[in-house]
Design a protein around this ligand. Structure first.
Ligand SMILES: [Fe+2]
Ligand SMILES: [Fe+2]
Length: 199
């Protein structure tokens, strides 16, 4: 089964800056995503994106919401329509006249699967957070204290252990860090510091 999107333009440039309200985004989220584990993953990525936009990109409130909603909706169709991931959510957001930057970021969150390269920093950070967030969460679940006291070296050890969270591609994580020009260590530290507060 191929998830290749076979397109390179997403959304309409006339819609730049247009976003769903928080209530609209949450109602789409609740309607489409029924699996609690996937819900948590999407909320975690949304939180990481928001924190990054605020602390590293110094964006204003509108910019922070643009980053947060991108994380919040990036896997919206994965639960009920995995064979249409992420085509279905892209088409839905296009119908709703959403900012093309948000749609492009969602379309490029798996360049090896969807065939769309991350271009902007928004695109690149979504790609970078996506898989590493899941691996770090899996690690937290096997630690008695969860995120409490988690250290960089513990995460690096799990990354080296190919049997741990074996479906998480180490190559993609390294590739994502290179594209975003951030070190793997900094990315891990950022996720450890922020992700534990999302429940
Ligand atoms: Fe995905
Ligand atoms: Fe994801």
């Amino acid at each position: 089964m191929s998830l290749l999107l076979n397109r390179s333009v997403f959304g309409d440039s006339a819609n730049k800056g247009k976003v769903l309200s928080r209530a609209e985004a949450e109602s789409l989220f609740n309607e489409w995503v029924l699996n609690p584990r996937l819900q948590l993953h999407m909320k975690q990525v949304a939180h990481l994106m928001k924190c990054w936009a605020t602390e590293k990109e110094n964006l204003d409130e509108a910019g922070q919401w643009q980053w947060e909603i991108t994380g919040l909706l990036h896997d919206a169709d994965w639960d009920q329509w995995p064979d249409q991931h992420c085509k279905k959510i892209i088409e839905e957001l296009e119908l709703r006249n959403v900012d093309p930057e948000i749609i492009h970021a969602i379309a490029s969150h798996g360049p090896n699967h969807f065939g769309v390269e991350p271009e902007t920093q928004l695109d690149k950070m979504l790609f970078a957070f996506d898989e590493l967030s899941g691996l770090i969460h899996a690690y937290s679940l096997m630690r008695p204290g969860g995120y409490e006291g988690m250290e960089l070296k513990g995460v690096k050890k799990r990354l080296k252990d190919k049997s741990f969270a074996a479906n998480v591609s180490r190559e993609e994580i390294n590739d994502a860090c290179n594209r975003a020009t951030i070190s793997l260590e900094d990315l891990i530290q950022f996720i450890i510091a922020k992700q534990g507060s999302v429940v």
